[in-house]
Design a protein around this ligand. Sequence first.
Ligand SMILES: [Zn+2]
Length: 314
Amino acid sequence: MSWAERPSIPSKCRCPRTNVDFGEVAIKARAIGAVSPRGKAESPGSELSPVPSRGCRRPARWRSTAAGSLLRWAILLVGIVPASAAPLPADFVYLRDIDATIQQDIRYAGSNNFVGRPLPGYEAAECIVTRGIALRLKAAQAQLRPRGLSLKMLDCYRPVRAVAEMLAWSEDGVETAAGRRYTPGVAKRDLFRLGYIAVRSGHSTGAAVDLTLVELAADNSADFDPAKDYADCTAPAALRAPEGSVDMGTGYDCSDPKAHTSAQDLRPEQRRWRSELVAVMAAQGFVNYAREWWHFSLPGAGETTYVFRIRPRR
Ligand SMILES: [Zn+2]
């Protein structure tokens, strides 16, 4: 892999010695505390990247120790192993291998998202999570299936480079139709200032997921058409881009107060669906993010961000 393929790290500190092959190896980037879902700056001042945060210093556990030296060499060696020999870091799994009945529509792998194009690092539309998260999702699915419902994954593990691309998009000054659909009440240039775009994401730990519910008996056949002029994400479901799921009152990734899980300006059935999703996830230990009805994480499960790319499942 060339240097040009390395992710754009949203940090003023660029340290060549830490720029190992980001695409092939999972780097224990750095322990983080409260991590954010897409765009929500819950902990200002923290970083997501493998690049050390201050003065280009390496993390303390790497400095001047034999173990640190061995670890650096191990990472470099792993980095040159062909991808097929090391498809996923330890403890990560393809959700499809754990439960193939859980539906998936990984939005950042295609153009049906607020950026309007596939994000770097998403080379396959596959949900990858840690094994513990996958088993809990399987348990949630087991509760839903007898009732004619299914989970539908919208995003799972998110490579750091994709988060960096989101940040770059928010700062490029170009307003797009896709962007306006997802952020109807705020200018794109204000997304970062208002906390809608942050520099790191809990998704990069593999312990956060975006998902919704599907009624299996419903007609969910309508496909997203990138050429079509859909209404924004707060409009009635019939006017929004189709998502093949129940009507939660807004579309996925909608940067608007109406997407807050407890928003009041919803119809009763929309509120019920949100409560249903929160309940089935809470039963497995997941906690919802109050500003996004679709985002759930497992407290304490992910403290390390990863940078490996999402590749096709073999
Ligand atoms: Zn999320």
